[in-house]
Design a protein around this ligand. Structure first.
Ligand code: AMP
Length: 409
């Protein structure tokens, strides 16, 4: 029998499922899609066939009751393209799991014990892990014979030293409640730091990289020789950089103040800091395109929001430069990092003494390819490296399945 080479990647949110089917022989994408508003009357499935030059995007609107129904609908779309989930060519299903705690440092084949451990982590990831679990259980019911692999957002950061991972609070209290800095977006930081090394023509072990993952959620990481030594998100994805709707770093006393003086409840403060802060809280918009458009029209609130965003970013670049001691590259990625040239320019401006500079012409180029945007004379490379979390999940899942198969022979 030939070795199966396809991997289905599932990213299950509370009311959505994103998916991609990849062929690991050449990392090509066979299909991708999204089911959103699951459980609402107005659910929507968008499916795009991609094999052999691609096909027309298909959209279906109508109620999809739950994740099981969503996955069934996805399976039907894939089957219509001759890519059914019953295919013997499917090697594994790779699942994005947001929180793996300290236990999961590597991609892991899912069994009942692993499911129980992901469940045990729900208190530290109440929004994400339950949705991830639902997606996994649904996929397991659909193909119980197939390896299902969990790839954890936190795994890449488990190499952080205790000095970076611990908060300076009472140790017994912290340990009793598993309070520490876990970090997120790890799959992206892992992929981008490795791709940056490749772009420099080096091995990951040879380079120190600061990765700036700037999407709607945003995080920075300091990666020394392929291993993460610090990252900006913490116990939850709220800490660190200014994000689309999240505050990032804030004096924790602000929360007591809001409770005691403003009379807000914990839930209201949670919503304020996670949904009504960041760029949206500062200027009403969280899309960097819109913010730039407003700045061009002279809008002062948008300009201040941009300045606060960039100021925080610059502080993290400086901090991680100091953490690493020697930096070979600063890599920008995700929606803002890959597309917003003014953010890259402003974040690096004034850092010439650190060997950092951006070439205006290179920075203005639009491309889907990883590229260097610093001038040739700069000591440190500044790079734009498009992230690809699905490919990374597929690669890690496939490598694990091949590994297990060969050790069982
Ligand atoms: P992500 O979470 O990685 O999908 O990033 C989404 C964010 O990227 C959006 O909220 C925008 O702020 C930003 N973004 C996407 N495209 C562009 C663009 N062409 N120019 C500037 N920002 C963009």
């Amino acid at each position: 029998m030939t070795t199966p080479t396809r991997v289905l990647v599932l990213n299950s949110g509370s009311s959505s499922v994103k998916y991609q089917l990849l062929d690991m022989r050449d990392d090509s994408r066979l299909a991708q899609g999204l089911v959103e508003r699951i459980g609402e009357g107005t659910s929507r499935l968008v499916h795009t066939p991609l094999q052999g030059g691609g096909g027309r995007k298909r959209e279906k609107n109508g109620p999809i009751a739950d994740h099981a129904a969503a996955l069934k609908a996805v399976a039907e779309e894939l089957a219509a393209d001759g890519l059914g989930l019953d295919s013997p060519e499917l090697a594994a299903i790779g699942h994005r799991v947001v929180h793996g705690g300290l236990r999961f440092t590597q991609p892991t084949v899912i069994d009942e014990e692993v499911l129980a451990e992901i469940e045990r982590l729900v208190p530290v990831a109440p929004l994400h892990n339950p949705a991830n679990l639902t997606g996994i259980r649904t996929a397991m019911a659909l193909r119980p014979d197939l390896p299902q692999v969990a790839v954890f957002d936190t795994a890449f950061h488990t190499t952080m030293p205790e000095s970076a991972a611990r908060y300076a609070i009472d140790v017994e209290t912290a340990d009793a409640h598993r309070i520490r800095r876990y970090g997120f977006h790890g799959t992206s930081h892992a992929y981008v730091s490795r791709e940056t090394a490749r772009l420099l023509g080096k091995e990951p072990e040879e380079v120190n990289v600061i990765v700036l993952h700037l999407g709607n959620g945003a995080s920075a990481s300091a990666v020394r020789g392929g291993r993460c030594v610090d990252t900006s998100m913490g116990l939850t994805p709220l800490e660190g950089l200014v994000m689309g709707t999240r505050s990032g770093d804030i004096d924790p006393a602000v929360t007591f103040h809001l409770k005691r003086v403003a009379g807000m409840s914990e839930d209201e403060i949670d919503v304020l800091l996670n949904k009504r802060s960041g760029l949206v809280g500062l200027c009403g918009d969280n899309d960097m395109r819109e913010i730039r458009r407003r700045i061009d029209e002279g809008d002062e609130r948008a300009a201040l929001a941009f300045d606060i965003y960039v100021h925080r970013l610059k502080k993290y670049i400086g901090a991680y430069y100091a953490v690493l001691g020697r930096v070979d590259a600063v890599a920008f990625t995700a929606g803002v990092g890959e597309n917003a040239a003014p953010v890259r320019e402003a974040a690096i401006a004034g850092l010439e003494e650190l060997g950092l500079a951006v070439d205006a012409d290179l920075n203005a180029v639009r491309s889907d390819e990883a590229r260097i945007i610093s001038p040739v004379y700069a000591r440190v490379a500044v790079a734009v490296v498009p992230t690809d979390e699905e490919l990374e999940i597929a690669r890690q899942s496939y490598a694990l399945v091949l590994d297990e198969a060969s050790s069982n022979e």
